[in-house]
Structures are given as C-alpha cells and as structure tokens.
Design a protein around this ligand. Structure first.
Ligand code: SAM
Length: 213
C-alpha cells in the first residue's frame, strides 16, 4: 500500500518512519511512504504556499494552487482516497483504519497555519481529525493514520495473532485486550497472577476472556 503525504515540512516525519515496524514494512515492500514537498509545487517565485485570508482575520491560509498542482503530480492508484487532516473532520478510529487498510493508496493533505482554502474540499474524499484538539499541522495526524493502517496490512506485524485480540478489534470494535505480564514474577510485592504461571492454557484462555472488558 502506498502512503503519499503532502506537507510543507517533508522531513518532519523521517525519523519516525525510519524506525521499528514502519521501517521493516517499507524494507519488505509491504508499504511505501512518500512525502511530497508542497513548496516544490508552488508556481510562486518565492515558493510561497500560503497567503492572508480574504475578508481579513488572523494568520495565513494555505493556497489551493500548490495543493492542486501537487495532487495532480501524484500518480493515483485505482483504489485510493485523498484525506485532508482537519480538526473539525470525522474522528479517526480503528474501523476507519481497517477500511483504509483495504485500499491501495492514501494521499494525505497536511494543513498548517489557520488551515486550507475551502475550495480544496472539491479535491478531497474525506476530512479526518485525529482527536478533539488542535495541533499546529496535519503531519502528526498523517503519521498516526499511516501507522494504524499499516499494522493492519497482512505481513506488516510479525504475528497475525497480535491483531486478533487487540484493543478495538472484533466486529463491534469493543474489545479491550486482557492484562499482560512478563518477567519478573514478583516486583515490589506485586505478583503475576498464578494462573498465568500454571501452564494450563484452557484456564489461561478463560481467565483472559474474563479480564477483557
Ligand atoms: N484554524 C483551524 C481551526 O480552527 O480548525 C486550525 C488549523 S491548525 C492550526 C493547522 C492544521 O493542522 C489543520 O489545517 C490540520 O491539517 C491540522 N490539524 C490540527 N489539529 C488537527 C487534528 N486534531 N486532527 C487532524 N489534523 C489537525
């Protein structure tokens, strides 16, 4: 699956994408993550991507022309969606991650400043928020969605069992994973539940099912 991220800060996510699971997923060609420098799509000789708002008001607004140019430049796969990061958009959740994981391509538009010229809506399939708070840009949102989606793509995680009982999995997304423990057996008088040391997998499964909320 391909993730295209349109941003004025094309390096801002590099270190995150080049570590751990996403690094391995790219190496194994399960995912391709490309960042597009919006400034390169500006026709302006100063490579500006923003301007002041019509009607007045604080801050700057991202111009539609560079975004339009950039979207046109990105080769679209058949099964793709253009996602605009927007605090007022539909809240991202595990169900959306699962839906996106079946696509071939996600294209993210990362806003900055006071937001984006409203006419961008004509080129966007979905406006998505990663939570009810305001960040300074859409890049973290693009990273959050990329990671949540990538780990659902077959072969990205080491074991597919990791996904089966995970929090928010299941048809109703209502599962919360059971508590987990590892060594040592005892830490500052806090002991691992005896059942987990028993080797009785039937009873362990029963205990885990009861502990799921
Ligand atoms: N003036 C805008 C408003 O009041 O809704 C906020 C703009 S915000 C400072 C700049 C950009 O950050 C947005 O265009 C969006 O791309 C991104 N952003 C901020 N918070 C976000 C959130 N919770 N989810 C997704 N994107 C967000």
């Amino acid at each position: 699956m391909k993730f295209d991220i349109i941003t004025i800060f094309p390096k801002i996510l590099d270190s995150y994408f080049n570590e751990s699971i996403l690094k391995r997923a790219q190496k194994n060609k399960k995912v391709k993550i490309i960042t597009h420098d919006l400034r390169k799509c500006s026709k302006d000789k100063h490579k500006n991507t923003d301007d002041s708002p019509y009607g007045g008001g604080p801050g700057m607004i991202m111009m539609i022309q560079p975004l339009y140019n950039c979207l046109k430049k990105i080769r679209r796969k058949k099964n793709s969606r253009v996602i605009m990061l927007d605090p007022a958009g539909k809240q991202f959740d595990q169900k959306t991650a699962l839906r996106y994981s079946k696509l071939d391509q996600l294209i993210f538009i990362c806003g900055r400043y006071e937001g984006i010229d409203e006419r961008i809506s004509n080129y966007v399939d979905e406006k998505i928020s990663i939570g009810p708070y305001v960040l300074s840009g859409g890049e973290l949102g693009a990273a959050v969605i990329t990671e949540a989606v990538a780990r659902l793509i077959p072969g990205v995680l080491g074991s597919k069992d990791s996904l089966q009982y995970e929090t928010f999995s299941g048809e109703k997304s209502d599962i919360v994973e059971y508590p987990q423990y590892t060594r040592p057996e005892s830490f500052k008088d806090m002991n691992v539940p005896k059942i987990l040391l028993s080797g009785n997998h039937k009873e362990i499964d029963k205990w885990r099912k009861n502990k799921k909320k």
